[in-house]
Unconditional design. Structure first.
Length: 279
C-alpha cells in the first residue's frame, strides 16, 4: 500500500548532519562523467521478507537528462531511490555514480556529499525561518563553505541565493516566514535548498503531489530549466505533468523496467496500458 501523502517517518528524512565527516566522501574520489552517464543501476534486487520490491532492475541516466519514472503503486519507485541514496542496501546488483563511484559502498551522507540530492514528498524546511534564511542555512550546512557559518555572506554567496530564489520563483517571498508559504511554495523552497548544495543529480519523489494546477505548471517549467545543467530523476503519478516534461519515460512494474522510451510510445504500449488499467 502506498503511504498517504505527507506521512513520513523520521528515518526517511535525509541526513543533513554537518558533523558528518566530509573527508570520508572525498576519499571516494571525484565522480567521472566522461562517458556521459551519471547514474548506472544494474541488476538490482531488493526483497523485504521474501517480497521482491526490486527485481533485477537496470537503468542508466545520462548527464543532464530529465528522466521520468512512472508505474503503479508498489512498483518499487521509492525503493529504487532508497537504493541509490544508500538508505536501503540491495541483495544484489551495482549502482555507479559516473563511471567510478560505487554508491553501494557509501553511507547516506556520503552519497549526498558526492552530489546526489533527494527531495522527499514532505518538505523538510525550517518553518520558523525566512525563505532567505532557509537557503542560507542549507548552503552553510555544506562543509565546503562551513567555515563561513558565523561569517557574513560574501557577494558570491548572496548572488547564489538570489539566483536560486529566482529559479524557484520565490524572489518576492525572500523575507517571508517559510511556515506561511503555500504547499507548492514549500516544495519549491526545499528544491531550492537542495540546489544550494549543487547536486549533480536530483531525485524527486512525487514532487507535484498536492500542488494546484498553476503550481504544477510552474514546477514543470522549473524542471525544464534545470535539465541540462543538472540531471533529474522524477518519480510522478501525474501523467499530465509527466507528458509536459518527459523526454524519456521509464515504466516500473513489479520491481523492474516494463517499458522505456518517449512518452507517446510508452503511453501506447499495450503492456503499460494493461498494468495501469488492469488494476
Ligand atoms: N521497508 C519496507 N519493508 C517492507 N516492505 C516494503 C518496504 N519498503 C517498501 N516495501 C514494499 O515494497 C513495494 C514497493 O514499494 P515502493 O518502492 O514504495 O513502491 P512505489 O514507490 O513504486 O509505490 C511495496 O509493496 C511496499 O509495500
Ligand atoms: Mg513511492
Amino acid at each position: 500500500m502506498e503511504k498517504p501523502l505527507g506521512v513520513e517517518t523520521a528515518s526517511e528524512r535525509p541526513s543533513i548532519d554537518p558533523a558528518v565527516d566530509f573527508a570520508r566522501a572525498i576519499e571516494h574520489g571525484k565522480p567521472d562523467f566522461a562517458h556521459g552517464v551519471i547514474l548506472y543501476l544494474d541488476d538490482i534486487s531488493v526483497s523485504f521478507d521474501g517480497f521482491q520490491a526490486l527485481n533485477k532492475l537496470s537503468l542508466a541516466i545520462d548527464v543532464g537528462e530529465l528522466r521520468c519514472i512512472i508505474g503503479p503503486n508498489g512498483a518499487g519507485k521509492t525503493t529504487m531511490m532508497d537504493v541509490i541514496t544508500g538508505k536501503t542496501r540491495p541483495d544484489s546488483g551495482t549502482v555507479f555514480f559516473g563511471q567510478n563511484i560505487d554508491l553501494l559502498k557509501m553511507t547516506e551522507p556520503e552519497v549526498a556529499h558526492a552530489g546526489v540530492g533527494r527531495k522527499f514528498q514532505k518538505p523538510t524546511i525550517f518553518e520558523q525561518h525566512t525563505v532567505f534564511e532557509n537557503l542560507e542555512l542549507s548552503m552553510k550546512a555544506d562543509k565546503r563553505v562551513r567555515n563561513t557559518l558565523f561569517a557574513k555572506l560574501n557577494s558570491e554567496q548572496r548572488d547564489r541565493i538570489a539566483e536560486t530564489l529566482r529559479q524557484i520563483r520565490l524572489e518576492d517571498a525572500a523575507s517571508r516566514i517559510a511556515g506561511l508559504l503555500s504547499h507548492g511554495q514549500k516544495q519549491w523552497l526545499e528544491i531550492g535548498m537542495l540546489l544550494m548544495q549543487e547536486p549533480k543529480l536530483l531525485l524527486l519523489d512525487e514532487p507535484v503531489a498536492g500542488m494546484s494546477d498553476d503550481e504544477t505548471e510552474r514546477t514543470a517549467e522549473l524542471f525544464l530549466a534545470l535539465a541540462g545543467k543538472r540531471s533529474l530523476v522524477v518519480v510522478e503519478h501525474d501523467m499530465a505533468f509527466v507528458a509536459k516534461i518527459a523526454r524519456t519515460v521509464t515504466v516500473l512494474h513489479e520491481g523492474s523496467v516494463l517499458a522505456e522510451g518517449p512518452m507517446e510510445r510508452v503511453q501506447n504500449d499495450p503492456r503499460v496500458i494493461e498494468v495501469y488499467l488492469g488494476r
